[in-house]
Ligand binder design. Structure first.
Ligand code: ADP
Ligand code: MG
Length: 653
């Protein structure tokens, strides 16, 4: 069983190989031998040979000159001159470096898997489709079978491969194909699992089982998160190439000038840029580990580095600065329609939307009114403006309009500008509810009423903006909501610069403006309407809990628990991480150069060289690992302790 796992699991196997090698090098260090056999050979065979093999493959097939070439020359020449112990130590150190890289990969994969667990792709199976007793059941994706009818809302990931049987939409296929232009889909179009519905509500017939589709999805996500794709782990190799050249020249020079090949080998050994290679990945792994403890998931290794250079952040309002769970404070019917009719009509349409406003209208309807949904059809979402749908309820339609033969009414629900396209809004409703979000409801030519909602500011918002300010990070707010609400919220949290009535492309353009004037900017948001801005931003941060799949997919960082209170920490640790990386690089270069001079002048031999070198790597790893708990030791307790001490000292004075 264990053996089988070791054969399959490369990661565990390498761990065992390194352990065996370390034991053998200790035996060798203690001069314990098996007859004439020096245990150091085990380290060379297990760790050294694979490195030499990879170096040769890289050199011959990819013309890659990396640290491993130098290491290989070092190992081989050490063996030739009889320094088996040194050769073994170098091999093992390099293997540990490689192991840490694997660890990075595993770590990211695991956190991606846990994100997947936290955000399972659910599906709405429709039972008795198109019959009077049609019903919607929310199930786990694994329960979906071929032939099931499923309903998909805007912003959702398509749960299984299928074919559209009702409705139309545009689909963002970039998670699967990389194609960034959304594709139009109508009846009979095939639709792929893992792609994202950007626009309409529609029904599909499943062509595959849910199980198969979700696995494919998971693979895609994990592939995307691999450090090779993020190209940071091997970034130090760029430097390493130069160092390899310098080292070779130095070694050759030393040999020619002093005539002592052992000095040349020592130069090669001490010059192996292990510390340099470890400098970046170890710091990134530690920072990501730290952040994952706080529910912050970084998808890309490069993100931390970019974040450390950012001085601007754009906040979305609804759902980001506020909880995004607005409470209905007033329902105002207009004309001959009743309150009950207005809310039934609104929620029958809004039940197709994932917008926070829609959700709260629905919740109120279900909780406070004992009524059935009305029949609606042709639901469409107009991003950043509102929704529309056709009302099929005969009685209400006749009441709404006295037109003859009018058994279908198109209903519009949304912001002022959207409704004004169709009807006038009574003056007393236009300016009455300041500081709250108000949505208006109308048909094509008749105003029907308004629903007033009040969202609550997240308790952390104000202090987060304040702390960011202290870090020199300028916050702005971009919202699709009206000017007055925007102004009220932004002044409550101390954001000086805000923009209201933003359409998704307005948000995008503001981000572009920043970038065009050479300012880097992060964006944090939860809604589908934030997607384009999140993608364009230098770093996009998604609210993972409240946010839609689109938002999470467009972002570089996900706050799994929607905890914006850790934003300052995120910025702080990114800067700290970059400092660590720079320090690590400086430290390993300093050690390398010092040791090289000691080697040239014959002050140290290859074994001491390897130990000094080893020391460099260990220091780098220790330094990086300090990031793991950075800023998350119970802060409150600490400050408490500090206050106690202050009081204590005061009492002594
Ligand atoms: P924000 O940027 O604050 O998150 P959105 O861009 O999502 O806001 O929405 C902007 C405005 O459009 C909302 O304040 C609301 O008036 C209107 N709106 C958007 N979606 C809906 C909906 N499903 N129902 C009613 N109104 C909506
Ligand atoms: Mg929002």
């Amino acid at each position: 069983m264990i053996l089988r796992e070791l054969i399959i699991n490369e990661y565990k196997r390498n761990g065992i190989i390194i352990l065996i090698s370390i034991v053998s090098i200790f035996l060798s260090f203690l001069k314990i031998k098996l007859g004439l056999f020096d245990f150091a050979w085990i380290g060379i065979l297990l760790c050294g040979i694979p490195i030499i093999k990879d170096a040769i493959i890289g050199l011959v097939f990819n013309h890659d000159i990396k640290a491993d070439v130098l290491v290989s020359i070092g190992i081989i020449s050490s063996i030739i001159i009889g320094e088996v112990f040194a050769a073994s130590v170098i091999s093992i150190i390099m293997a540990i470096g490689g192991y840490l890289e694997d660890y990075t990969v595993n770590k990211t994969e695991n956190s991606m898997k846990s994100l997947y667990d936290l955000n399972p792709i659910n599906s709405r199976i429709i039972i008795n489709y198109n019959k009077t007793n049609e019903e919607e059941v929310f199930t786990d994706i694994d329960a979906v079978k071929v032939g099931d009818i499923l309903k998909v809302l805007p912003g959702e990931t398509i749960p299984v491969d299928g074919i559209i049987i009702k409705g139309s939409t545009t689909v963002d296929e970039s998670p699967l194909t990389g194609e960034s232009i959304p594709q139009d889909k109508k009846i009979n179009s095939r639709i792929l699992s893992g792609t994202i519905n950007t626009y309409g509500t529609f029904y599909i017939k499943a062509l595959k089982e849910g199980k198969n589709s979700s696995i494919q999805n998971l693979i895609n996500l994990i592939e995307e998160a691999k450090p090779e794709n993020a190209n940071i782990v091997r970034q130090a190799d760029k430097w390493a190439t130069w160092i390899v050249f310098i080292a070779l020249i130095m070694a050759l020079g030393t040999w020619l000038i002093t005539g002592q090949i052992i000095r040349a080998v020592t130069v090669l050994v001490v010059f192996c840029p292990c510390g340099l290679v470890l400098a970046t990945p170890t710091a990134i792994v530690a920072a990501n580990g730290n952040l994952s403890k706080l529910g912050i998931l970084v998808r890309n290794g490069k993100t931390i580095e970019i974040l450390s250079k950012i001085n601007n952040i754009a906040f979305d309002k609804t759902g980001t600065l506020t909880y995004g769970k607005p409470r209905i404070i007033n329902i105002i019917p207009y004309g001959n329609i009743t309150k009950e009719e207005l809310i039934s009509l609104s929620s029958s349409i809004e039940k197709n939307s994932e917008h926070p406003i829609a959700k709260s209208i629905n919740e109120t309807f279900k909780k406070d009114y004992n009524l059935n949904y009305l029949n609606v059809d042709n639901f469409k979402m107009i991003l950043g403006q509102g929704v529309k749908g056709k009302l099929l309820d005969k009685d209400l339609n006749q009441k709404l309009n006295d037109y003859k033969n009018n058994n279908q009414n198109e209903i519009f629900i949304g912001k002022k500008e959207y409704i004004l396209n169709y009807t006038k809004i009574p003056n007393d409703l236009l300016n009455k509810y300041e500081n709250s979000t108000i949505v208006y409801i109308s048909t094509k030519n008749k105003f029907l009423g308004a629903i007033v909602l009040l969202d609550v500011l997240r308790s952390d918002s104000k202090s987060v903006i304040n702390q960011l300010n202290n870090l020199g990070i300028n916050s702005i707010m971009l919202t699709g909501d009206n000017y007055k609400t925007a102004k009220s919220i932004s002044s409550q949290v101390n954001i000086g610069d805000f923009k209201s009535n933003c359409m998704p492309e307005d948000k995008l353009n503001i981000i572009k403006d920043y970038q065009n004037s050479d300012k880097k900017i992060a964006v944090i948001g939860d809604g589908i309407n934030d997607g384009p801005a999140l993608k364009k931003a230098d770093v996009g941060i998604a609210m993972g809990g409240i946010g839609s799949d689109i938002t999470v997919n467009a972002s570089d960082i996900t706050l799994i628990n929607d905890n914006i209170k850790y934003l300052p920490h995120l910025f702080k640790i990114s800067r700290k991480t970059l400092n660590k990386i720079n320090f690590n690089i400086a430290l390993s270069l300093a050690i390398n150069f010092t040791a090289m001079f000691l080697a040239i002048f014959g002050i140290i031999n290859p074994v001491i060289g390897a130990l000094i070198h080893n020391l460099g790597s260990v220091l780098v790893i220790i330094n990086s690992s300090l990031l793991l708990n950075y800023g998350i030791n119970n802060k409150d307790n600490k400050s408490h302790l500090f206050n106690l001490n202050k009081d204590y000292f005061k009492s002594k004075i």
